[in-house]
Design a protein around this ligand. Structure first.
Ligand code: ASP
Length: 299
């Protein structure tokens, strides 16, 4: 049995800005990412490979805020954050503030697998990416008209900054879980700002006994809540189901604090949850029984 869930961020276009053409393009992007992960899982591959491949697909798609098309900092550049965690080994890898690395999630995985560290930052992470011969892209590859316009709007009106992030969680046929999250962060962020996405326990968490979780939304709130780990703790220590734990974190904790966002999660039984408190969340899930869904707004 396998299950895969993905998100393309809780910072969606508002329903009024969403044309049928744009919606179709976003749905296609989500389908492609699901397909990339499902190809791994249906071939008996690992949850870790599945979440990496699903996130790679979203990173390469300029519609989503990660890799190509990542949100712009206040000085008009990209600083990308990512993390990955393996539920089988409990190992994790993360990078923050990286520029020009094509697939930050793959870099996180290499940090996990090829170093004794968990978290590499900025120049040091980029140097490691070069050593590992990961592809780099020029600034022009990342910067889209949409993100330039979003930055211009955000700079005129600092409230309501754009958001978005991509992520994936999976259970594979071997009973292993994994989670991955990759982002450009919030639009118009001050350079040097790091959100929850690369922080293990805040934006990403996986433990084979409990579940795998990837978050999106106002990073500062997710860090304060240690949100991904809190989902796992509520299940582990309090015996809540996956659905109860996800809803508690989003509706009883994030919402009262004033934060917006959502999360996706899977448990060892193959249940998937995609929960959000925001206008919408680009999302999708699928399992071995052939159930498959992508959605943006409707809860
Ligand atoms: N959580 C991300 C951050 O704060 C942004 C998002 O998911 O919308 O960097």
């Amino acid at each position: 049995m396998f299950t895969l869930a993905i998100h393309g961020g809780a910072g969606t276009l508002s329903p009024s800005e969403m044309t049928p053409e744009k919606e179709a393009a976003y749905r296609r992007g989500l389908e492609d990412a699901l397909q990339a992960g499902l190809a791994v899982l249906s071939g008996n591959g690992s949850a870790l490979d599945a979440v990496e491949k699903a996130v790679n697909s979203l990173e390469d798609n300029e519609l989503f805020n990660a890799g190509r098309g990542a949100a712009l900092t206040s000085d008009g550049r990209q600083e990308m954050d990512a993390s990955i965690m393996c539920g089988r080994t409990g190992k994790a890898g993360a990078v923050a503030g990286v520029k020009n690395v094509r697939n930050p999630i793959t870099l996180s995985r290499l940090v996990m697998e090829k170093t004794d560290y968990i978290f590499l930052l900025g120049d040091g992470a980029e140097e490691f990416a070069r050593e590992q011969q990961l592809p780099f892209e020029p600034d022009a590859y990342y910067i889209t008209e949409f993100r330039k316009e979003e930055l211009r709007k955000a700079q005129q009106k600092p409230a309501g900054v754009g958001k978005g992030t991509v992520g994936a969680v999976a259970l594979d046929r071997h009973g292993n879980l994994a989670a991955a999250t990759s982002t450009g962060g919030t639009t118009n962020k001050r350079y040097g700002r790091v959100g929850d996405s690369p922080i293990i326990g805040a934006g990403t968490y996986a433990d084979n006994r409990i579940g795998a979780i990837s978050c999106t939304g106002d990073g500062e709130y997710f860090i304060r809540l240690v949100a991904a780990y809190d989902v796992a703790c509520l299940m582990d220590y309090k015996g809540l189901s996956l659905a109860e734990a996800c809803r508690t974190v989003i509706f009883d904790k994030l919402k009262p604090l004033g934060g917006e966002g959502g999360l996706i999660a899977v448990d060892p039984a193959g249940n998937a949850e995609l929960v959000y408190h925001s206008e919408g969340m680009y999302r999708g899930w699928a399992d071995e029984r052939g159930r498959k869904e992508v959605a943006i707004f409707d809860r």
